[in-house]
Design a protein around this ligand. Structure first.
Ligand code: NAP
Length: 288
C-alpha cells in the first residue's frame, strides 16, 4: 500500500503506455517488500524542461528516460556520468537533493546479463550484428570489458563506419558487410556473437541475420538482445548448433535493476522482475 512515506520513481517518454518498466520495477519492489512506487509519465517534447523541474520539486528519487528524450534530457541535468556521455544517451536520472545526474544503465544491463550466465567477454573475439540505437551501449560495454577484437557485421557498411570512427580512440573496430567473404572469415574465431538487429523479433519471427553457421564454433556464446520471442530463430539455430545462448530479457531486467540500485543503493530480486516482464509481454501464457 502506498503511504505518505512512499518514495516515488518512474519513467518519462512519449508514447509511454507500452512501457514494461512499471510492471517490472513494481514487481521487484513488491517482492523486496520496499516502500517505493514506480509510474509511467507521458511527457511531450515541449514539456520536458517543466517535467524535469516538476519531478525534482516532487522529490522523485530517480526516473528512467525513454524515447524521445534520451538526448534532449541532458541539457536539464547537473551532471552526466561517463557512460551516458560516451554513448550520447541518458536512460536513468538520479535526484540527490535536487542535484540531477544522468546515467546510461544499458551498458551494465547488457554486460551483467552475460556475466550472470558465467560468460565474461574480457579478452574474447566479439562479433556484433547490426549497429543501430542499441549498439552504442553494447559497443561501449564490450570496450570497457576489454574484448580482444570487435567486428561489426551489417548490411550497410558506410552507414556504420562513423560509429567505428567515434569509438576509435578507445579501440579499433572493423565494420564489414555481413555478406562478404571477409566477414565469413571472421566467424570461426568468434567467441561471442551478438544480434542487435530487430531481425527475428515478433511478429516477423522467421527472420534472422545472415550467418554461415557452419563457420561458427559451437563454443561461441550467442546473445540476442531481442526479448520477444524468448527464443528467436537466431538463438534456436545457435542452440541447435551447440552454442550457449542468452536472450534480451537479462539486459532489460539488468538495466532496470541497475537504475534502481543507483537511485536507492538497493538490489532488487531479478526473477520477479523477469516474471512480470514475461507476463506483460505475453499475458495469456500464464504465470511464469
Ligand atoms: P535499430 O536502430 O532499428 O536497428 C538496429 C540495426 O539493425 C541497424 O544496424 C539496422 O540497419 C539493422 N536492421 C534493421 N532492420 C534490418 C533488416 N531488415 N535487415 C538488415 N538489417 C536490419 O534498432 P535498435 O533500437 O538498435 O534495436 C534493435 C533490437 O534490439 C530491437 O529488436 C529491440 O527490441 C532490441 N533491444 C533490446 C534491448 C534490451 O534491453 N534487451 C534494448 C534495446 C533494444 P540499418 O541501419 O541499415 O537499418
Amino acid at each position: 500500500m502506498f503511504t505518505g512515506k512512499t518514495i516515488n520513481m518512474g519513467v518519462i517518454g512519449n508514447p509511454i503506455a507500452h512501457s514494461l518498466s512499471p510492471a517490472m520495477q513494481n514487481a521487484g519492489i513488491q517482492a523486496a517488500g520496499l516502500d517505493y512506487a514506480y509510474i509511467a509519465m507521458p511527457v511531450l517534447n515541449e514539456n520536458l524542461e517543466a517535467a524535469v523541474k516538476g519531478l525534482k520539486a516532487l522529490g522523485f528519487c530517480g526516473f528512467n528516460v525513454t524515447i524521445p528524450h534520451k538526448q534532449a534530457i541532458m541539457e536539464y541535468l547537473d551532471e552526466i556520468h561517463e557512460d551516458a556521455k560516451i554513448i550520447g544517451a541518458v536512460n536513468a536520472v538520479k535526484n540527490e537533493n535536487g542535484h540531477l545526474t544522468g546515467y546510461n544503465t544499458d551498458v551494465t544491463g547488457f554486460i551483467d546479463g552475460m556475466k550472470q550466465e558465467g560468460f565474461s567477454p574480457s579478452g574474447k573475439n566479439a562479433i556484433l550484428l547490426g549497429a543501430g540505437g542499441a549498439a552504442r551501449a553494447i559497443i561501449w560495454g564490450l570496450i570497457k570489458e576489454r574484448v580482444s577484437t570487435l567486428t561489426i557485421g551489417v548490411r550497410n557498411v558506410a552507414k556504420v563506419q562513423p560509429v567505428a570512427e567515434y569509438f576509435r580512440q578507445y579501440m579499433h573496430i572493423e565494420v564489414l558487410d555481413w555478406h562478404s567473404d571477409e566477414f565469413a572469415a571472421k566467424l570461426p574465431r568468434a567467441q561471442l556473437l551478438i544480434n542487435s538487429t530487430p531481425l527475428g523479433m515478433t511478429p516477423a519471427t522467421d527472420a534472422m541475420p545472415p550467418v554461415d553457421w557452419d563457420r561458427v564454433s559451437p563454443d561461441a556464446f550467442v546473445y540476442d538482445i531481442i526479448y520477444t520471442p524468448a527464443e528467436t530463430l537466431f538463438l534456436k539455430t545457435a542452440r541447435e548448433h551447440g552454442c550457449r545462448t542468452l536472450n534480451g530479457e537479462a539486459m532489460l531486467v539488468g538495466q532496470g535493476a541497475e537504475a534502481f540500485r543507483l537511485w536507492t543503493g538497493l538490489q532488487l530480486p531479478r526473477e520477479p522482475m523477469a516474471a512480470a516482464l514475461r507476463s506483460a509481454l505475453c499475458p495469456t501464457s500464464g504465470k511464469s
